[in-house]
Structure formats: C-alpha cells, structure tokens
Design a protein around this ligand. Structure first.
Ligand SMILES: [Fe+2]
Length: 216
C-alpha cells in the first residue's frame, strides 16, 4: 500500500490577538446538544474524549517548539468522535444507519454546522492514521474520495492520542504502546512504521538500553 508518511510538522506563526478561528469554549455542552446527558453514548464520549485530551496535551508538550494550539487540541479531542451517533454501533449506544468508519465525516458535518470548521477537520482526519483518497478508493470504503490524512500538528496530535484509547464493547479503555503497535501491525508494516514516526516525535526518549516499545 502506498501510504504517505505523516506530514512533517511546521512551526505555526502566532496569529494576531483576536484573529483566530472560532473556538468552542464548552465542548461538553456541544456534545450534550447531540447526545442526551446520562445516555451511554454521552458518558462514553466524555470519558474517551478526556482520555484522548490528556494524552494529546502530553504529546503537545513534547513539541512545544512547534507552538501547538493546546486549547484547540483540548476542544477537538473532546469533540473528535461526535459523529458516532449516526453509525450502527449499538454497543456504544448508537443506532444510526451508517458504518462506523463514517463517524469522522459525520462529525465533520456536525461541527461545520456548528460553525467550527477547524475542529470539523480533526473529526474527518482522525480515523485510523488518516486515509488518503487513493486508499479510500482502493479499499472501497464508504467514504467520499478525498484526502482525510491529518495535516496540522494539532490534527496529528489528536489522531495519535486517539490510538491509545479504545471504546470497544462500550468501555473506555487505555492501550499501551506495544498494544497499539501490535494492532497497527495487523494492518501492515507500513502503518506501524508511520506510527513510529509519531512515537519518535511525541513520546519522551526511551531510556538507554530499553527494549523497543517500552515507552508506554
Ligand atoms: Fe476516538
């Protein structure tokens, strides 16, 4: 498979005060607008989102020299799975008509409607390690044929952090780095190699003499 490595991150210029893109000061209120508070899906989204946000902010701290927007990362991490309600995932409390892989594009549509186009792209670009248009076509995935790979450092960070947390069986669970790598390897050496580039960027260096994959 011809997968492109993650974009080389570039340092962000500092925007003038007050000129940034729209923020979402209360992501939980936005989740609650689409999921009844107290529902299984709402509880899972909050727990999973907080887990991903915490990991993402750790990763952001490792690349502070690139000036990642940490407030945006926090908001986007809480919102990245907002599209699951439109999918068939009864174990998550979701009973929509679409396959689960569509939750990214569904989330993008919801957040664009909410006036949050930058957060919307995180939704679309966090599925797997991101999907190219060619991969979507080759695998005949039920998705629009457009590039869905994470581009900005913030998009890369949320996508990376998300891989460490699963919602399998309706339970928010953490996965160790060796578990993440093993899961990726099942989908091809190339995916694992791509992920390792993020590991090198976002994790502290392994102690001298430590075995591969021993950082988490
Ligand atoms: Fe997620």
């Amino acid at each position: 498979m011809n997968r492109r490595p993650p974009e080389a991150p570039a340092a962000r210029p500092i925007p003038p005060e007050g000129s940034g893109p729209p923020a979402c000061p209360d992501p939980l209120a936005l989740l609650a607008a689409h999921y009844p508070r107290g529902s299984r899906a709402f509880a899972l989204l909050c727990r999973h989102g907080e887990q991903v946000a915490a990991k993402a902010l750790e990763a952001a701290a490792r690349v502070a020299h690139l000036r990642p927007d940490t407030q945006f990362i926090y908001e986007a991490a809480l919102l990245h799975d907002i599209g699951i309600r439109g999918t068939r995932a009864p174990e998550l409390g979701c009973f929509g008509p679409h396959p689960y892989i569509c939750h990214g594009v569904l989330g993008r549509a919801l957040l664009e409607q909410a006036g949050l186009p930058r957060h919307a792209l995180v939704c679309e670009r966090h599925v797997g390690l991101g999907l190219s248009a060619a991969e979507i076509a080759a695998q005949q995935l039920p998705l629009p044929h457009r590039d869905m790979r994470p581009v900005s450092i913030e998009e890369q960070i949320v996508c990376y952090a998300d891989k460490f947390y699963s919602k399998k069986g309706g339970r928010a669970q953490a996965r160790s780095l060796p578990q993440v790598l093993a899961a990726l390897q099942r989908h091809g050496e190339d995916l694992e190699a791509r992920f390792q580039r993020w590991v090198a960027l976002f994790e502290p260096p392994a102690p001298e003499g430590a075995p591969c994959g021993s950082r988490t």
